[in-house]
Design a protein around this ligand. Structure first.
Ligand code: HCB
Length: 216
């Protein structure tokens, strides 16, 4: 099957909340040695983005969003071990990165995709979860001697946590030892500049490009 057809089927699986279809298309893509990164970005993520738009237009409701997210996760769960297997080995590690969704925010799909892509690109990624307390993020950066910390915020009400984290990293004396990266749908380059974050990344590919450039 062509990459475009695989992507379309992955998108449809999310839009029709079909976990089984999502799993089947992911397995087919692995068997056919398709471009799995393309499948995540232009298949599953494209479906999730459309669901998000329909939700915003009030044409879908929260249970639909949850069902779509479950289908997306079912597909991505099949692809993750394969991407990790074919990615760079731990020995080629480009540095330790801590990533999470900020305190008060349970949205995890986007940061999980970024975590997978950074891992595939050769970074040692510590994905410490969602709704993570700011103190816990700082501690993880210290424990893992992180060269970068990426935080995701999907709500305007939780973005402020990214700003507070900047101050906390300064207070704990580690701000100058790492790069701070902010992402999430409402986050912008302007927000990154306003709070003093080093990197704004729009999506997973952008994160890989900017993180890789930062270590070269
Ligand atoms: Co949620 N939700 N939601 N939601 N949700 C949003 C985010 C709204 C915009 C929808 C809306 O009202 N228009 C909205 C926030 C409004 C606002 O504040 N501006 C919203 C709300 C309000 C809520 C609840 C409060 C709803 C409720 O309970 N009444 C609640 C949150 C409770 C809480 O967090 N305390 C809630 C719950 C949910 C779920 C559970 C149903 C589900 C999340 C499931 C999960 O993540 N496991 C969900 C979803 C799926 C969405 C939408 C529809 C899609 C988000 C998504 O996964 N997009 C979203 C609408 C939207 O965003 N348009 C809606 C796909 C991913 C791939 O994109 O932007 O997350 P992404 O990530 C990108 C990019 O931003 C970047 O790279 C990623 C990959 O390309 N990136 C990073 C992301 N993180 C990064 C970190 C880095 O370091 C670097 C780059």
């Amino acid at each position: 099957m062509s990459q475009a057809d695989l992507n379309q089927k992955a998108k449809n699986a999310v839009l029709t909340y079909q976990n089984k279809d999502a799993i089947a298309i992911a397995q087919q893509a692995v068997a056919e040695k398709a471009d799995l990164v393309d499948l995540i970005q232009n298949g599953f993520t494209a479906g999730m983005t459309e669901v998000g738009n329909l939700f915003e237009e009030k044409k879908l409701f929260l249970p639909h969003v949850m069902a779509a997210a479950a289908a997306m996760n079912a597909g991505v769960d099949i692809l993750t071990p394969e991407l990790e297997r074919t990615g760079k080995s731990a020995g080629e590690g480009l540095g330790n990165v801590v990533i999470c969704t900020i305190e008060g925010d349970i949205h995890s799909i986007g940061k999980d995709i970024v975590a997978i892509m950074l891992k595939v690109a050769g970074f040692n990624v510590f994905n410490i979860g969602r709704d993570v307390a700011l103190g816990k993020i700082v501690q993880a950066c210290k424990d893992h001697k992180a060269m970068a910390v990426g935080t995701s915020a999907l709500m305007t009400s939780t973005m402020v946590g990214q700003k507070t984290l900047e101050g906390l990293l300064v207070k704990e004396g580690i701000r100058d030892k790492l790069l701070t990266n902010v992402g999430g749908a409402p986050v912008t380059q302007m927000w990154a500049e306003e709070i003093g974050a080093d990197l704004y990344t729009e999506n997973a590919s952008d994160a890989v490009a900017k993180f890789t450039a930062a270590v070269r």
